[in-house]
Design a protein around this ligand. Sequence first.
Ligand SMILES: *Cc1c(COP(=O)(O)O)cnc(C)c1O
Length: 457
Amino acid sequence: MSAQTKFFLDESKMPKHWYNIAADLPTPAPPVLHPGTKQPVGPDDLAPLFPMDLIMQEVSTEREVPIPEPVRDVFRLWRPSPLIRAHRLEKVLGTPARIYYKYEGVSPAGSHKPNTAIPQAWYNQQAGIKKLSTETGAGQWGSSVAFAGALFGIEVKVFQVRISYDQKPYRRALMETYGASCIASPSNETNSGRAILAKDPNHPGSLGIAISEAVEVAATNDDTKYSLGSVLNHVLLHQTIVGQEAMLQMEMAGDDPDVLIGCTGGGSNFAGLVFPFLGQQLRGGGKTKKRRIVAVEPAACPSLTRGKYAYDFGDTANLTPLTKMHTLGSTFTPPGFHAGGLRYHGMAPLVSHVKELGLIEAVAFHQSQCFQAGVQFARAEGIVPAPEANHAILGAITEAMRCKAEGRSEVILFNLSGHGHFDMSAYSAYMGGKLVDVPYDEAELAMALSGLPSVSA
Ligand SMILES: *Cc1c(COP(=O)(O)O)cnc(C)c1O
């Protein structure tokens, strides 16, 4: 066992393909349905929103999808990202487990999200698209698209949830530094925004509303397409560069993970880390090591552990196609908590599908225990994690303490999806004792679930 801490891959070893788990699934994921006809959507139905290359990736069953060279060239700015052995955290915990994390906070935007923002902007540029519209909550996704737009000469318009727009001025400044425009949502620029402002001029906004506004702008302007930062198959595909690098780096470390862990909002950083490992297991026909794979979600927005596996809309105004996923209902408004990137009512269809197949587990934790874990991590390892990533850290610590109790030296690998440098107000709230664990409203969940669209099997 090496005592080495960081495992760096040479740029020449950066993956040349994305890994598509659709090629290895025992049964295919259910199709995406048209909201009107309730029949499977075809590529043309999605053409107003996305360039054809991304639509073809959305439905592809090829195991390997080549990463275009201009995209790999941009990735070289920060990829391959480091794999780090958490020696100091292991010591603090007194665990015999060996803990590793793949650190995605080294990207210019500070999270894994540029891994898909860069290819999305590139494919749009290749299709002659001049403008992209998108939504953002806390601002990680908006800054990633803004960065990608700057590199590929695409004008970017970001609808940011009003409450975050007001609370996190530095994320907005970052987007504007990259040349994007950032508008508080609900806004006066769209029909869906105006309808909401007419009823409540001080509406705090939501991710579902911001998605409706961004989709409306793309659907009604020929020169504009829409960009989504999670949930969709092609987004998960783009994130698999993370897990493929991690596989090579774990080999360098001479270890093989027993437990894989990621936090789940829409499911992209989790899938990006675990799908390449899961694919190896699926192809191995029982001969490959069977690893435990754990998704960690917020107890205030628990789609995988409390949601229903059903067809639902992706947004509040019901403009999107229907996807089968673990959902809390598209009208469900999660209570406010600090991991803005995890406040989404649904889960990626592919992550939902592998959960249904029993290939992954899921747990839910409250935010104060997650911040406690994040602070413990920062004091041992130095990195201040994004509030979202604190969920994965608590998942890893929980497994490490189980190993301690059972006297087992298992290998734990988790995705540290981003740093928390723009989220320090949340840390201030935690340290000032002002962070409360708000439970979601059971009655509202029941109502949102009873309003799910009916789709005959
Ligand atoms: C957006 C975000 C997430 C949640 O999104 P996923 O698609 O579930 O990965 C997690 N961590 C960070 C740092 C984020 O910015």
